[in-house]
Ligand binder design. Structure first.
Ligand code: NAD
Ligand code: UDP
Length: 330
């Protein structure tokens, strides 16, 4: 008889015993924690709540096998002091919305450097698989399109976004050095724009901004002429890709992101349609160094992981709007 309870959904045939998720009370991190619990893995979520919230994990805290620890990933004692042994460490702690990392520039640099170092040390000490949440922002304002993992990027090292971009680039270098020096089983995932339930209304990113504005009947603030593009990926697809990489023997870097490249003006219009809102579009100033085009080449993830996004952006937006409408009404 199988020892696996019927309700457990392993990830690509893999069940970890115990995972540490830094940044687990954030948007993507909380979905990761939920999916890991579904797969029969106990989860410790370490978060300082800089940009996340306890509400994001309130349902998880009622489930067996989940523990929330309020601590800072930049504190080595906090990571070292967690009792027990982990076989998976997912390092997701980091402000991710431009508004957040511009508000928290030094903290963003610290969590990408010291925080990544601490998480790597803990993974190495436990013999755990380690995964760094890196980002399409390592490509900066890309001169290659779509972006392949081999592209080195076009980043302004002293521009306002550099605190995020360079922190993640440094984190990638740390992971690579740790693998070489200590043999740490570490991988890098480069996540492209992800959206879905539990994004914060005020976090400043296009999807939550547009949805909240449309639901409130306020003008949708489209930056520049709205011709800049992004490739949106629904959070369930991103989580599936992240965990497929974790379950594989691949080290990356590997792109995980959506297929459909859309302009921000198209996105705003689609949100207005889907919400049935009477909101108008208001064109506002474009942020400095805002990337003009972004689309992942996901060949590697398709070939090595058998992963591809399955939720269309219309379907994903409908689900996200439904969640926001409920959250705003509650
Ligand atoms: P988020 O802001 O919702 O989540 C980040 C979480 O990290 C928050 O809960 C925050 O409180 C926590 N945190 C920040 N600094 C910390 C610290 N020093 N110690 C402990 N916890 C800390 O952002 P998100 O969109 O969920 O992004 C999560 C991760 O995924 C980030 O590393 C981000 O760079 C990466 N990523 C996200 C996207 C995306 O589109 N959402 C794209 C690329 C990469
Ligand atoms: N953007 C916009 N209106 C907003 C917020 C963002 O037009 O209210 C634009 C932003 O300038 C960028 C794109 O939408 O060109 C995606 O921004 P987001 O902050 O969501 O993600 P990122 O810049 O990190 O890709």
């Amino acid at each position: 008889m199988s020892e696996t309870p019927v309700s457990v959904r392993p990830v690509n045939g893999r069940v970890w015993r115990r995972a540490l998720v830094t940044g687990g009370a954030g948007f993507v991190g909380s979905h990761l924690c939920g999916r890991l619990l579904d797969s029969g893995t106990d989860v410790v979520c370490l978060d300082n709540l800089a940009t996340g919230s306890r509400a994001n994990v309130a349902d998880l805290e009622r489930r067996r096998g989940f523990r929330f620890v309020r601590a800072d990933a930049t504190d080595p004692a906090a990571l070292r002091g967690l009792p027990g042994r982990f076989d998976l460490v997912l390092h997701f702690a980091c402000p991710a919305s431009p508004a957040d990392y511009l508000r928290l520039p030094l903290e963003t640099l610290d969590v990408g450097s010291t925080g990544t170092r601490n998480a790597l040390e803990r993974a190495h000490a436990d013999g755990a698989r380690f995964l760094l949440a890196s980002t399409s922002e390592v490509y900066g304002d890309p001169l290659e399109h779509p972006q392949r993992e081999t592209y080195w990027g076009n980043v302004n090292p002293v521009g306002p976004r550099s605190v995020y971009d360079e922190s993640k680039r440094f984190a990638e270098a740390l992971v690579t050095a740790h693998r070489h020096v200590h043999g740490t089983d570490a991988a890098i995932v480069r996540i492209f724009n992800t959206y879905g339930p539990r994004m914060r209304t005020g976090d400043g990113r296009a999807v939550p901004n547009f949805i909240a504005q449309a639901l409130d009947g306020m003008p949708l603030t489209v930056a520049g002429d709205g011709g800049q593009t992004r490739s949106l990926c629904y959070v369930d697809d991103t989580v599936a890709g992240v965990l497929a990489l974790a379950a594989s023997g691949e080290s990356g870097p590997m792109n995980i992101g959506g297929d459909d490249e859309i302009t921000m003006l198209e996105l705003a219009r689609r949100v207005v349609d889907l919400t049935g809102s009477s909101s108008r579009i208001r064109f506002v100033e474009r942020p400095v160094d805002d990337p003009g085009r972004r689309k992942p080449d996901t060949t590697l993830a398709r070939e090595r992981l058998g992963w591809r996004p399955v939720v269309s952006w219309t379907e994903g937006l409908e689900r996200t709007i439904g969640w926001f409408a409920h959250a705003v009404a509650a």
